[in-house]
Each structure stands twice: as structure tokens, then as C-alpha cells.
Ligand binder design. Structure first.
Ligand code: OFO
Length: 168
């Protein structure tokens, strides 16, 4: 049986991952509206990844005999300052999520839940990847000053992203 505090924190994390999905979909809608279909596609795929993150926690909580409780998902922002700002906001958001994952890991360590620690390691590694992905794109956006032909080339590059569901 899973510790009650850990159960609550995982339920909160499920909510945050689903909010992440919602946030990236809202960014996709904004980018689509700006005519950047490749970047919009990239954000849709990011949304799919977040859904996967949420469901991985969902399944794990069930597996551990916990009870999944779904709370309301808040509305994400609708407007952004620029396409570049979208990616800067994404990185900021991922840094907050990394902090939440670290707090979950802190709790698993505190209560000596070795199984949870092992499970959470996947998310610790995943967050490194998430932050690096956005860092790389922001670097490229800085190089092209977030506009012009460079922006269109980056839009094309980001249109090729695909989501392959990792095997657990
Ligand atoms: Fe689930 O990693 Fe992004 O938010």
C-alpha cells in the first residue's frame, strides 16, 4: 500500500502533467494562428508526451493500490508575446515541473519507498531531456532573432517531430 502523502502528491502531479498537455495545446493553437504550422505540430506532440507522463503516474498509482483522483485543470494562457516567448515560457514551465519531480523524489527518499524511487528515476531523466529540448530551440531562436527566414526554417525543422510512446 502506498503512503498517503505520496498518493496525494502523485495525484497532484497527474494534474500538473495534464495541465502541461493543456498548456502545450494552447501554445499549438497560438502558433497555428500565427501561421507556424511546424511549431504548432511540435507543441501538439509535446502535449501527447505530457499525456503519456500523466498516464504513467495514473497507472503506477493504481498498481500500488492507491486511488487516482482527478482534479480540475486550470485554463492555460491563450495569448503569448511572440513565438519565441512561447518557447521561453515552455522552458520556465519545465523547470517548475522538474522541481515538482524532485520534491516527489525527496518524499520517496524520506519515507524510504524504494519502489517509488526507482519509478521516479524515469521522470528525473526525462526532465533533463525536456529542459534540454527547449534550451536548444531557444538557442536557435536567439540566433535568428526570433524572426525572418530563420524562423521559417526552424518552423520546418520542428514539423518533423514524432511521438513514439516509450515502453514503460
Ligand atoms: Fe511532463 O514533462 Fe513536461 O511538463
Amino acid at each position: 500500500m502506498i503512503d498517503k502523502k505520496l498518493e496525494n502528491q502523485i495525484n497532484y502531479q497527474i494534474n500538473r502533467e495534464l495541465y502541461s498537455e493543456y498548456l502545450y495545446l494552447s501554445m499549438a493553437a497560438y502558433l497555428e494562428d500565427k501561421g507556424l504550422a511546424g511549431m504548432a505540430h511540435f507543441m501538439r506532440v509535446q502535449g501527447e508526451e505530457e499525456h503519456f507522463h500523466a498516464m504513467k503516474f495514473f497507472d503506477y498509482l493504481n498498481e500500488r493500490g492507491g486511488r487516482v483522483v482527478l482534479n480540475a485543470i486550470e485554463q492555460p494562457p491563450v495569448e503569448f508575446d511572440s513565438p519565441q516567448a512561447v518557447f521561453e515560457e515552455s522552458l520556465k514551465h519545465e523547470m517548475i515541473v522538474t522541481d515538482l519531480i524532485n520534491k516527489l523524489m525527496d518524499l520517496a527518499i524520506e519515507i524510504n519507498d524504494h519502489a517509488a524511487r526507482s519509478f521516479l528515476n524515469w521522470y528525473v531523466d526525462e526532465q533533463v531531456e525536456e529542459e534540454a529540448t527547449f534550451h536548444t530551440i531557444i538557442d536557435k531562436l536567439n540566433l535568428v532573432k526570433g524572426k525572418g527566414d530563420g524562423l521559417l526554417m526552424l518552423d520546418k525543422e520542428l514539423s518533423t517531430r514524432t511521438f513514439t510512446s516509450p515502453t514503460k
